[in-house]
Design a protein around this ligand. Structure first.
Ligand code: FES
Length: 156
């Protein structure tokens, strides 16, 4: 029944996720929540000469969140910051052979956490943040604020 819902690629990434864990002394950290379900995703990145040389994730998330994040970490590794910022949830879902519509929101966590980690890296290095990335960051923080109010009774 589960297999009928998910593509083989989703099942493969879920059963054998890549890049699980946390990078020590990361260059960027992206932490995002999904108010729809209350799940949380953390992505850490290592960057050398503006290229993502390592990326890892940890999640309190569902099978779709695990599969999409495993896939996005694979796709992001070796890419320049600029290229990695072009990875969207749609790219990841396509690469996985699609997700059930009810699970599309889960793929937000992967792309948003990656972009947030890049935002963190650029901010720490004092590098330029494009207006698009700034707008994305603000939208994610606003969404997360609603999550924290609901779950912890406070905002960050
Ligand atoms: Fe929460 Fe999928 S149900 S991330």
């Amino acid at each position: 029944m589960v297999k009928a819902l998910y593509s083989e690629k989703v099942m493969e990434e879920f059963e054998h996720p890549k890049n699980v864990g946390e990078i020590e002394n990361p260059d960027g950290v992206g932490k995002v929540g999904q108010p729809i379900c209350g799940d949380v995703m953390v992505i850490t990145i290592k960057v050398e000469k503006d290229r993502i040389v390592d990326v890892k994730f940890k999640t309190f998330g569902c099978a779709s969140a695990i599969a999409t994040t495993s896939m996005i970490t694979e796709m992001a590794k070796g890419k320049t910051i600029e290229e990695a910022l072009k990875l969207t949830r749609a790219n990841v879902a396509d690469e996985l052979g699609g997700l059930p519509p009810i699970k599309m929101h889960c793929s937000n966590l992967a792309a948003d956490a990656l972009h947030e980690a890049i935002y963190d890296y650029l901010t720490k290095k004092g590098k330029e943040i494009t207006p698009e990335l700034q707008a994305e960051h603000e939208a994610v923080r606003k969404r997360d604020a609603s999550l924290y109010i609901e779950t912890h009774g406070e905002t960050h």
